[in-house]
Design a protein around this ligand. Structure first.
Ligand code: FE2
Length: 356
């Protein structure tokens, strides 16, 4: 059922409070013509309720000539803020930017964070924001996992479907997403609940098998056939399988950029209210699909850019591919066993997986 304006306002107030918005703070709401006007409105109103100095920065939309589809993650790095010095200056004055456009993977976002701004991405529809309203407990679990990932040297993934993947980690930072941005220079995404890092350059190797039912973003579709990806020296070198393999390879090749085949962020989901099955219940245009990315015990890998991590790979194609029933190991210790989160410090008491 739709979320009403009053509930939406209360939700924004809750999340902005968690993001430490108060009367000492300035909040910018970044929006464009494709932003959900309800979200921009609620962010403005809720920030005022908390006494903050709030303002909006509205930019005309831009479209890259070679971009396909309307998903916000289908063509990344190039945003309405790219090259827009005046807007960048306006946003630089804010303690917190509520991003309803999706600056993710853009050099401008990296620059804003470096300068100390906090950024909270909010693009999902109100009903998903409500179901995945962040809590301090989300932060506790994700932070506990992030502490382990920060110390790890070796990241392995296995599955009965055939995944045998390994890489070294530690070269790039660990990013935790729990749904609010309360610290200087922090980026987060409401809703979320997962963590990730990037493989050390050139170390990712093995096989990743996308099984039937795993989700491929930005297609926003469940794989109907197995796809085997051979990975060598940090890059996908071969696609094998049926239609899904051919479709995925063809799509990635349309970018005509060898960097799209690099393995990008890798991590696991820790959000028990995110559901693997949710994707089938929403129109493709109304959600970017956070459920699929964050569901509890999923292994999420991706391809393409690493600019968020401070790397130089600024490629426009970014695939996010969450796999079910994988085991994820850090230095040989299981974080996830066949899709079930193992460490007690990441556990949700009483959580039961839906039948899959
Ligand atoms: Fe991603």
């Amino acid at each position: 059922m739709p979320v009403g304006d009053n509930e939406l306002l209360n939700m924004f107030e809750h999340v902005l409070r968690l993001s430490r918005v108060d009367a000492t703070q300035s909040v910018a709401v970044l929006k464009s013509s494709y932003s959900n006007p309800k979200l921009a409105w609620a962010a403005m109103e809720a920030a005022q309720r908390l006494g903050a100095k709030v303002y909006a920065v509205e930019l005309p939309t831009t479209n890259h000539a070679s971009a396909m589809g309307n998903d916000l993650t289908a063509y990344v790095g190039d945003t309405p803020l790219s090259g827009h010095k005046a807007a960048q200056q306006a946003l630089a004055g804010a303690d917190l930017v509520v991003d309803t456009m999706l600056l993710l993977h853009s050099p401008e976002q990296t620059e804003m964070l470096k300068n100390g701004s906090r950024i909270l991405l909010v693009v999902e529809p109100p009903e998903i924001l409500a179901r995945l309203l962040p809590t301090e407990d989300d932060k506790r679990r994700v932070t506990a996992a992030a502490k382990r990932l920060q110390k790890a040297k070796k990241f392995e993934v296995r599955s009965k479907a055939g995944t045998e993947f390994v890489c070294s980690v530690g070269q790039y930072p660990t990013v935790s997403e729990y749904g609010f941005a309360e610290e200087r220079g922090r980026w987060d995404h409401w809703p979320s609940g997962f963590l990730f890092t990037w493989p050390n350059e050139g170390t990712a190797r093995g096989k990743i098998v996308i099984d039937v039912g795993d989700i491929i973003f930005p297609f926003k579709s469940y794989a109907q056939s197995k796809v085997t990806l051979d990975v060598k020296d940090g890059y996908i070198t071969k696609f094998s399988g049926g239609f899904d393999a051919e479709y995925l390879e063809d799509y990635m090749k349309t970018f005509d950029d060898p960097e799209v085949f690099a393995i990008s962020h890798i991590g696991w989901g820790l959000q028990p209210r995110a559901k693997w099955s949710a994707l089938g219940l929403y129109d493709k245009a109304e959600s970017i699909g956070i459920d699929g990315r964050a569901y509890y015990g999923g292994f999420l890998f991706s391809t393409g850019p690493n600019t968020e991590a401070g790397g130089s790979r600024n490629t426009a194609c970014h695939m996010d591919i969450p796999l079910r029933r994988c085991s994820v190991l850090l230095d040989g210790e299981e974080m996830v066993r066949e899709g079930v989160v193992v460490p007690a410090d990441q556990a949700v008491p009483g959580f039961k997986r839906a039948a899959e």
